[in-house]
Design a protein around this ligand. Sequence first.
Ligand SMILES: Cc1cc2nc3c(=O)[nH]c(=O)nc-3n(C[C@H](O)[C@H](O)[C@H](O)COP(=O)(O)OP(=O)(O)OC[C@H]3O[C@@H](n4cnc5c(N)ncnc54)[C@H](O)[C@@H]3O)c2cc1C
Length: 388
Amino acid sequence: MAPGLRSLPLTDLSEDETMFRDQVRAFALQEVRPLVRKMDEESKIPRELIDKCFALGIMGVEIPEKHGGAEATFFMSILVVEELARVDPSLAVLVDVQNTLVNNCLLKWGNEDQHTRYFPKLASSWVGAYALSEAGSGSDAFALACRATDKGDHYSLTGRKLWITNAAEAELFIVLATVDPSKGYKGITAFLVERSFPGFSVGKKEDKLGIRASSTCELILEDCRVPKANVLGALGQGYKIAIETLNEGRIGIGAQMAGLAAGALEYGLGYAKERQQFGKPIAEFQAVQFLLAELATEIEAARLLVYNAARRRDIGASFVKESAMAKLFASRMAEHVSSKVIEIYGGYGFTREYPVEKYFRDQKVGQIYEGTTNMQLLVIAKQLLGKL
Ligand SMILES: Cc1cc2nc3c(=O)[nH]c(=O)nc-3n(C[C@H](O)[C@H](O)[C@H](O)COP(=O)(O)OP(=O)(O)OC[C@H]3O[C@@H](n4cnc5c(N)ncnc54)[C@H](O)[C@@H]3O)c2cc1C
């Protein structure tokens, strides 16, 4: 192996990574866990908790230090998402969207002026959101209808976006719209839209099965005035920006699912040692032991896929196939693990008195957002087969 290349196992963390992970783990256990149930019931993440995330430096993991961020790696944001998701997948996705979609996209495609205007805010107090989907365009994202019209000194955006994570809290939205529908996907352009821009409003909030504390809302753009300086990347480059951002973002969803499953299994292990049947803890039955062993193995496999994709991304190696595989596998794994942990709890697991039913509800979206399971399979197949 060439000198300087890491030969460590994927899951071995550097000193910095370990420190960062441990800080987030402590924060999740001490500050987040006591609020999880209330946040789920009230469908809301309190602003004070979001402020604590900013204070901890986990809302600007990759933002350069000169703009107030931690200037750390993408892998570090993956560790943050995983740790938060063990305790609360809703807070995890808020932080995930901020780092792996919004900051990441701005870092790669934004110019110096945009970095100077927005990074200090995104590192200190502004939540961000990423708005691609619409009512009529989900998997077929580039069939979007939101229109951007050149008005000389600014663009006027008109249309609606659906399913936008963080919309209730966000101050900055990356909005994909077309400057010329006749050009198809080549007309799609990314815009930086502030919540306060005239013509912009946040509409209905979805009442969801899981990740209930995470806000998911409609965006309404009615002749929304966006300065030309807020075009992100070049005109017509939006489809490339959207695809490349989601290729990275879905590693974050893999991490969310790996963390969620690990959190569920921790409860399962604890319960199996406590619950007595036939005069002994159910953990003493080999069937239960084997189930726990299977689940732990699945989680480890998912974590390896996620870490590998993230580390490949950080060293500039290809990662499109690996990121799709990580999300595909981790989201299916989380469904299986969270379901089986409910069975370990027996009837109690089926009630809201115990924390495991929430993991089961929260995991389902992992197979839907940032590309459904079928879309991940499509990406993987394309990488395997090349152009037919
Ligand atoms: C909680 C939540 C948060 C979200 N957050 C965001 C966000 O922050 N920003 C954002 O832009 N979007 C967001 N989304 C939207 C999400 O990305 C879409 O829901 C997703 O891309 C699927 O689109 P759809 O819901 O329109 O389903 P559809 O595209 O209608 O898919 C329905 C079914 O058809 C299948 N299907 C569709 N096309 C094909 C095909 N060609 N081959 C095989 N199967 C196919 C799909 O796999 C799926 O099973 C969020 C969604 C949810 C539920």
